[in-house]
Design a protein around this ligand. Structure first.
Ligand code: ATR
Length: 273
């Protein structure tokens, strides 16, 4: 590879299951870019040194995944607005010699819905299932898109309360069991938990009480159609699977490191599934 080839990475611990190398590898080939994107296993106690060596190691930037997203947030020199609001960094790049950290999860969530259910943000009431890191990014996206009432339901209600406090006006916290009473007045239902993922139990929420024009989406993409999405589709509702969020969240990083804004195509989806 020539000296000018751009290098990017995804680092996590463990990292073997990351799909990011396949996504970025697909785009590098598609656009004929001379560059590389590699998976690097970095243990938590080595993460700080890893970041310090990035520029010397010739990296244009990269992705950060579990368990390093909060450490990256603390260690970067500059943060974009999404990272600032979400408190976690998943994308790194250099600008004027400084290490920047951004968060593209909220962008990926919104871009997936923009593509698959273009009117999704005409609703103003959302019900968010779960209160982890994914929920935090998604609530940020919902607020940016003008949702007026965002209800978070979670098994551990204290975590939902902490999120609601952070986001303030229009965001409320409730126990998971309360979802039934909110469904008839929900325009967008989002599962942000890992329930419904292959091998896990289903999320205990029945979407049949949603209004006819509601949209249901899931961050889980294995299987592509989770039991929640299957039940929603059987009820005649619009459904959007979670694979698109994974693919779209990769777009801003690729553009920063390699200079081309890549497209999320059917071919890419089929290759990643
Ligand atoms: P992430 O940062 O990827 O979103 P997380 O912080 O572990 O992951 O959050 C996972 C979410 O799934 C949480 O809302 C969690 O509920 P708790 O806060 O009560 O732990 C939810 N979750 C995971 N397993 C669950 C289960 N068996 N029943 C109900 N909720 C569950």
């Amino acid at each position: 590879m020539a000296e000018t080839a751009k290098k990017a990475f995804v680092c996590g611990h463990p990292i073997a299951h990351s799909r990011s190398p396949k996504i970025h590898g697909f785009w590098l080939k598609q656009y004929g870019i001379e560059g590389s994107y590699t998976a690097i296993d970095v243990a938590p106690d080595a993460f700080g040194d890893f970041l310090k060596a990035l520029a010397a190691d010739g990296f244009a930037g990269g992705n950060v995944t579990i368990p390093h997203k909060e450490a990256a947030f603390r260690l970067v020199e500059k943060r974009d607005a999404a990272a600032q609001a979400i408190g976690a960094v998943n994308t790194l790049w250099f600008e004027n010699g400084r290490l920047w950290g951004g968060n593209t999860d909220a962008y990926g969530f919104a871009a997936n819905l923009d593509e698959r259910a273009p009117d999704w943000d005409k609703a103003d009431t959302a019900l968010v299932l779960g209160a982890g890191g994914a929920a935090r990014a998604i609530i940020h996206a919902l607020k940016e898109r003008g949702f007026k009432q965002i209800r978070i339901v979670n098994r551990t209600v204290e975590r939902a309360e902490a999120l609601a406090d952070q986001f303030g006006k229009g965001v409320s916290a409730h126990p998971l069991a309360a979802s039934g009473e909110f469904l008839p007045e929900t325009g967008l239902l989002i599962n942000t938990t890992s329930l419904g993922m292959h091998g896990n139990m289903e999320i205990p929420v029945d979407p049949s009480a949603l209004p006819d024009d509601a949209t249901v989406t899931d961050i889980v993409y294995v299987p592509l159609e989770t039991p929640l999405l299957a039940a929603a589709r059987a009820r005649g509702l619009k459904t959007v699977d979670g694979l698109g969020m994974l693919l779209h969240q990769a777009v801003p990083g690729f553009e920063r490191w390699f200079g081309v804004k890549p497209t999320v195509t059917r071919e890419l989806r089929d290759m990643i599934v």
